[in-house]
Write a protein of this length. Structure first.
Length: 100
């Protein structure tokens, strides 16, 4: 996945820059603090079964001060919307990411 992203950035640098700018503006557009934004992104990544995004947002959430318990809770709340398979897969990915 990392190579695919690098290739996309190289092939479409303007599109990547525009995406980053929009993402950053949305992250800062409201009252949520950076930790909460990352916890939301963890939940979204878990629900979408997006392993790469989940690992990236776990790292960003930790840098923003999130505890392991908060990260696991963000994943747990996915169960009601996405079911057990997505939630269990996310718990496995989180366990590996949090060990690093």
């Amino acid at each position: 996945m990392a190579q695919l992203l690098d290739d996309f950035k190289s092939q479409f640098p303007d599109a990547w820059s525009a995406y980053e700018a929009l993402r950053d503006v949305c992250d800062r557009a409201g009252p949520l603090d950076p930790k909460t934004v990352q916890l939301i992104k963890i939940g979204i990544s878990a629900a979408m079964e997006h392993e790469g995004g989940l690992v990236a947002h776990i790292a960003q959430a930790r840098r923003a001060g999130a505890t392991d318990a908060e990260i696991y809770h963000a994943i747990l709340v996915v169960i009601g919307l996405s079911g057990i398979p997505a939630t269990l897969a996310a718990f496995g990915t989180a366990g590996n990411a949090l060990e690093d």
